[in-house]
Structure formats: structure tokens, C-alpha cells
Design a protein around this ligand. Structure first.
Ligand code: GLA
Length: 409
């Protein structure tokens, strides 16, 4: 990924009101002028949820909305951080002694993770960096942030990391709607439990087929070793795993190791106390979602007449699988998806980790205006907490460009 470092753009700050405001705040806070600015876009995952860390391709796009940073390198090892949002307090630390307290999800920890991450190889710098916060995510967010290009979504494949353009159909818009439910995946174990369930399912499937299960941690690795299609892997799941939750003892017995060995050698720190794991449901989601991603890409490429309907169906199936098999939805997200479908979306689903956060909906452009008005009315209007987030909660977006560094010219 070294060749894909963010581009550097020379810009006139007067034409960039947000950067200008940032510059003023920087000067008033640090009595010094920023030497450069950086931009990183947000992202929305169109399809392929919770499968990147299992080794499977995903299909996100960067959005036009972004975060901006103004920075000045210092000659001392001190790091001073400030946020334009007064809710997040200033923070100062010594770069030679970075401590990241994983039990407290403080905003500046993400910055410190980046600094700490520079110590590891550049190729996987950003996705590895995120793990210092305590979550065992895949590389989707960081990959699309660096590899995005304006006007196209991307199929992101892993090992080795590569991105292929996916031209979205004409005549539809992608709408992001915030459920206004917050789930901090670094402060809870929801996310990592799922990663561990996938890891354990991979090991059990590998063991059942006589593979070296100790060397395997991802469901995709098992598929590659067995040289089977995703459909065939679904049949293997049906044959090998049972729908009832597995106890830690049962998994240990199956692998021929003690519960203690299983905990210390396989599980993450924040899943040590988990006692049951749903392996069948999680593996079924991963293999079927991985197949949906490839189907989504194929439809975009071949562009049949009913492409929009077919893509919508895939998005809806993806949401159902996230809700029922992966159990990473929540009542508010399900309600929001139902509302979006009711008011004109052809496909709607939770996007990202889930348990809160946003939905992404595909809406015909001619229905956009009435869609926005109805969703506002049905989901946001009578709820003060949701209203407080104002215009930022519901918006349409196009595929945006990737991370950039700005130098004032
Ligand atoms: C989070 C992680 C990603 C990915 C998604 C779920 O956003 O950071 O790597 O696993 O959840 O698809």
C-alpha cells in the first residue's frame, strides 16, 4: 500500500471555509500556524458486513463527508491534541511513552493508536493501528479511506490488498440514515465476540476436514484450503456445525485442548469471560454474505435491466442475515430499515459494525425528495434526542475521493 499514500494537494485556504476555520482555531489554541492539513473521508459499506476479518471481499465507498486535521510537527516528543468540538477535551502526552487505556474509549486514543501504529509495517499500518484500541476489525475502513476514487465504489479484496472499481447504477441515490443509537465497539465486547465466533468456527470446520486447524483463523482460509465454492462451504457448515450454541468446553473437546488453552491461545482479552458461542449462525452469515458481495459486483458490471431491483434484494437479504444470523442489528436499526423501505428505498440495510450507527438505503432519484421528508417525519420528528442531531442524521451521498494531505500555497 506504500504506493497508495494519500495525495498531497496545494490549496488556497480562502476557498476552503472549513480549513480556514480550523486554521483560526489552531492559531488561537497553540499560538502557531499549522504546517499542513489532512482530510480523511467517512465511508459507507454497500454490502459485505462482518466478513473482512474473515478474509472476504467487501464493497464500500468513501463518502463526501470527512474529518479534517490541522497539524504542526514539533521538535520535542510532546503531542498536543485539541478538538473543535468542546465536548472533547484537550490532551497532552509524551510520544515516547504512549499509554492507551482500552477500558476508556477517549477520542484522543484513536490519534495515539495512529502514532503507535507507525512502529509497525506501513503496508497494514492503519488496520493494525485500530487494533490497539482493543477491537479485532478487518481492513475495510482503512482500505477504502486510502484507495477510494471519486465516482466509484470499490470491491476491496484482502491478502493481498487490492481494489477494483464498481460503477453503481444510474438513477439511484444512496442515503445514509443515523439510527442515533451509539455503540462503542471498543468499550464493549460485542464486536470481538463475533470475531472470535468466526475464528472458532473456522478452526472447527478445518479440524473436521483434517486441516491444520491451529494455523487457521479465518473462514476464508478454510475455503481456500478446501478448494470449495462459497455454496459448497455453506453445505459444509450444515454438515459440521450445529445451530445450538457451543459451550467453551465443547469447543475445547472438539479441538483436543483444555478450556484454559482455548482462552489463552485463541480468544482476545475482552472475550475471556464468554461462555457460549454461536458458530453455525455466524459461519452461515459470513459465507452467504461473501457470495452476496460477489453477486453485487457482478450485477453492477453486467448492468442487466433489472439491476436496481436485484441489488436492492441483495441489500435486503444482507440486512436480514445481519439481523437474524449475525445478530448485530438492534430494534432502532430494524425500524429505520422498515421505514426506509416503506417510503421508497429498493434496498436498505445496516452498514458497518451495527448494534447502532447507520443504515444505507438505495433510493430512485425521483423518489428522493419525498423519501427524505417521510423518513424525517417517521423516525426523527417526535424524538428530541434524534432531532438534536439535526441535519447530520439523514443525507444522500455519492462515492467520494480518498484521504488527502493539504499544503497551504
Ligand atoms: C467495523 C470494522 C470493519 C468491519 C465492519 C463490519 O467497521 O472496523 O473492519 O469489520 O465493522 O463489516
Amino acid at each position: 500500500m506504500a504506493a497508495d499514500l494519500p495525495p498531497t494537494l496545494s490549496i488556497q485556504l480562502v476557498e476552503e471555509p472549513r480549513l480556514l476555520k480550523l486554521k483560526k482555531m489552531f492559531i488561537s489554541k497553540f499560538q502557531s500556524t499549522p504546517k499542513f492539513y489532512a482530510r480523511a473521508p467517512g465511508r459507507v459499506n454497500l454490502i459485505g458486513e462482518h466478513i473482512d476479518y474473515c478474509g472476504y471481499a467487501v464493497l464500500p465507498m468513501a463518502i463526501e463527508q470527512d474529518i479534517l486535521i490541522a497539524a504542526e510537527p514539533l521538535n520535542t516528543p510532546a503531542i498536543h491534541l485539541a478538538n473543535t468540538n468542546p465536548l472533547y477535551s484537550d490532551f497532552t502526552t509524551n510520544a515516547n511513552n504512549i499509554q492507551i487505556n482500552q477500558t476508556e474509549p477517549l477520542w484522543h486514543n484513536y490519534f495515539l493508536c495512529g502514532v503507535k501504529g507507525i512502529e509497525v509495517e506501513l503496508a497494514e499500518l492503519c488496520s493494525k493501528s485500530e487494533r490497539y484500541i482493543g477491537t479485532e476489525g478487518g481492513g475495510m475502513d482503512q482500505s477504502i479511506c486510502f484507495l477510494a476514487e471519486k465516482g466509484t465504489a470499490k470491491l476491496i479484496q484482502f491478502n493481498p490488498l487490492r481494489a477494483t472499481d464498481v460503477r453503481l447504477p444510474e438513477g439511484v441515490a444512496f442515503l445514509i440514515a443515523n439510527s442515533c443509537v451509539e455503540m462503542n465497539k471498543a468499550a464493549t465486547s460485542h464486536f470481538n465476540i463475533r470475531v472470535m465466533e468466526c475464528r472458532l468456527a473456522a478452526k472447527l470446520l478445518a479440524k473436521s476436514r483434517g486441516l491444520d486447524w491451529k494455523a487457521m483463523a479465518k473462514l476464508q482460509e478454510v475455503q481456500v484450503k478446501l478448494k470449495l465454492s462459497l455454496e459448497e462451504m455453506l453445505a459444509v457448515v450444515e454438515e459440521v456445525l450445529h445451530p445450538a450454541p457451543y459451550s467453551i468446553e465443547e469447543i475445547g473437546k472438539n479441538l483436543g485442548i483444555s478450556s484454559k488453552e482455548l482462552r489463552t491461545q485463541i480468544l482476545s482479552q475482552n472475550t475471556q469471560d464468554v461462555t457460549t458461542f454461536k458458530l453455525y449462525q455466524r459461519a452461515k452469515h459470513v459465507y452467504s454474505e461473501a457470495a452476496r458481495v460477489l453477486e453485487f459486483k457482478k450485477i453492477c458490471t453486467e448492468a442487466p435491466e433489472d439491476a436496481v431491483q436485484l441489488l436492492g434484494d441483495l441489500m435486503n437479504q444482507s440486512h436480514a442475515s445481519c439481523k437474524d444470523l449475525y445478530e448485530c442489528s438492534c430494534p432502532e436499526l430494524n425500524q429505520l430499515v422498515d421505514i426506509c423501505l416503506q417510503f421508497g428505498a429498493i434496498g436498505s440495510r445496516l452498514t458497518g459494525a451495527g448494534w447502532g450507527g447507520c443504515t444505507v438505503s438505495m433510493v430512485p432519484v425521483e423518489k428522493l425528495e419525498s423519501f427524505l421528508a417521510h423518513v424525517k417525519e417517521a423516525y426523527y420528528k417526535n424524538n428530541n434526542q434524534r432531532l438534536a442531531l439535526g441535519g447530520n442524521s439523514l443525507f444522500a451521498t455519492n462515492p467520494g475521493g480518498g484521504a488527502t494531505i493539504f499544503l497551504e500555497s
